[in-house]
Design a protein around this ligand. Structure first.
Ligand code: ZN
Length: 95
């Protein structure tokens, strides 16, 4: 409905119209408390993925970079892709 351009209030009214009960007292009146803009966003970051990959541990990372030039991670929520190279893990690999 939102995609079709209906406002939230129109949608609410539609839902209320749909609640066709014989006893009107069963349907509570609604009150708009606050209006907020909603948006789809993801707070993923390269840093977060890097930390996640680090949990694989030094040995596993070394092993991966022996075979791959880079590690690619994709956020399963927003689809954003992040690429990491051995350089990104220099600190942990040197230890
Ligand atoms: Zn994301």
């Amino acid at each position: 409905l939102m995609k079709g351009g209906m406002s939230l209030e129109q949608i609410i009214n539609l839902l209320y119209d749909d609640m066709d009960t014989e006893d009107d007292s069963l349907v509570e009146e609604y009150e708009i408390l606050e209006e907020k803009e909603i948006k789809y966003s993801c707070d993923c970051s390269a840093e977060r993925f890097q930390k996640g990959i680090m949990t694989l541990g030094k040995d596993e990372l070394k092993h991966i970079f022996e075979e791959e030039k880079e590690i690619e991670a994709q956020c399963q929520f927003c689809g954003k892709k992040y690429k990491f190279t051995e350089k990104d893990f220099e600190d942990i690999l040197k230890k």
